[in-house]
Design a protein around this ligand. Structure first.
Ligand SMILES: Cc1ncc(COP(=O)(O)O)c(C=O)c1O
Length: 395
């Protein structure tokens, strides 16, 4: 008998059992499913980045362990220069203010392991990316949800956090532009986070994975642009969404050198850094490219079809400014799982029920704008035709 470590029991159960079963059944029956489930860019990585990887992989100097302290120097320097150019934020690699990651998920997870002791609390957004909560629990801590509510623009209400919880909290995770709500943060909100963290001695981790996936001229700010931010926390970033590089596993953490030192101490005992050729390709992307305007135009065309489609059926959704998602309330009379099931069974359209992002996600579905096989919005339009024809929505 194989017995898992009891800490694995703290991982919450998989909530999409029935949806997954119905999806597998529909596929086995040959149904033409339109899948709005995964948030994984469906466009290829830009060719110049692939070419750079090939060139770097042909250089034997990249075939060895990266034995540097904080990461492959050309990459670390490219990150610092990118932050100065993109956000006007000065980072000093020599002071340990930039750390390479094997994708941002790795850093977000290991941060909890580096800072959370049994009994400690992490404040985590809910609905939210589950990595913050699960790794806090795995490390023996207690994740406490900060509800992201529509009436607050899906920003957490820090004044609603009870004093005893704030006192126990060691880490606070935030994420803007936000998965799954697509909300964006204001500089005022970031200033409130800095003040709250200072008052309660909490480390802030801002997950900025979607900062470059923005529309209609909107530019997302960095948390580190906020006065005092570097004293209280870090920002974790990724090339995954900006450059359609999810499988490459290239990310980085920047900001407070003491926090990064802790994260790096843990990391240096569990990984041996990323393949240097990949970091060379990442450095090339940061120095020479920006998120592909054609890819962003495709996402925003899909976003328009989704939001116009919903609004044509009685929803009242504003246009989102960022991310790969639309977070839509479910019509009255349905739970999020029931509505997702109805869309799947009646229209062959797969969405994610909001409950999968925590209890405050109930009452919503997440529609991803990354639809495989969709060239120009025609699959997205077809999905909404099918929903209009086959699903009764009453408000
Ligand atoms: C909010 C958020 N942060 C981080 C990640 C992880 O990205 P990666 O590990 O590919 O950098 C994701 C992936 O979907 C995400 O949605």
């Amino acid at each position: 008998m194989v017995r898992f470590a009891s800490r694995l029991d703290s991982i919450p159960p998989y909530l999409f059992g029935e949806i997954s079963r119905l999806k597998a059944k529909a596929i086995s029956e040959g149904a033409d499913l339109i899948d709005f489930g995964i948030g994984d860019p469906d466009q290829p990585t830009p060719q110049p980045i692939i070419d750079k990887l090939a060139e770097a992989a042909n250089d034997p100097a990249t075939h060895r362990y990266d034995e540097t302290d904080y990461g492959w120097p050309p990459f670390i320097e490219a990150v610092a220069d990118w932050y100065a150019g993109r956000f006007g934020v000065q980072l000093d690699p020599a002071k340990g203010e930039v750390l390479g990651l094997i994708g941002s998920k790795e850093g977000l997870a290991h941060l909890a392991w580096a800072f959370i002791d049994p009994g400690d609390v992490s404040l985590v957004p809910e609905p939210g990316y589950t990595v913050y909560k699960v790794n806090t629990a795995l490390a023996g801590g207690t994740p406490i949800a900060m509800p992201l509510l529509a009436e607050n623009g899906f920003l957490p209400d820090l004044s609603a956090i009870p004093a005893d919880v704030a006192k126990k909290a060691k880490l606070l995770y935030i994420n803007y532009p936000n998965n799954p709500t697509a909300a964006v943060a204001t500089p005022e909100f970031f200033a409130e986070v800095v003040a709250f963290a200072k008052e309660h001695d909490i480390i802030v981790c801002h997950d900025a994975a979607y900062s470059e996936v923005t529309y209609d001229g909107y530019r997302a700010p960095s948390f580190l642009q906020t006065p005092g931010a570097k004293a209280v926390g870090i920002e974790i970033h990724s090339l995954s969404k900006a450059f359609s590089m999810t499988g490459w596993r290239v990310g980085f953490a920047v900001g407070n050198a003491d926090v990064l030192k802790g994260l790096n101490k843990l990391k240096s005992n569990v990984d041996s850094k990323q393949f240097p050729a990949l970091m060379e390709a990442g450095a090339y992307a940061l120095r020479n490219l920006e998120a592909s305007p054609a890819t962003l135009a495709l996402y925003s065309r899909r976003r328009d079809i989704v939001i116009d489609g919903l609004n044509g059926m009685g929803w009242n959704m504003p246009k989102t400014k960022a991310t790969l998602y639309v977070w839509a309330p479910v019509p009255p009379g349905y739970t999020s799982i029931e509505f997702a099931k109805t869309l799947l069974e009646k229209a062959g359209v797969l969405v994610v029920p909001g409950i999968g992002y925590g209890q405050y996600g109930e009452g919503y579905i997440r529609i991803s704008l990354t639809v495989s096989g969709d060239r120009n919005g025609e699959r997205v339009a077809e999905a909404f035709d099918r929903i209009r024809r086959n699903v009764q929505v009453r408000w």
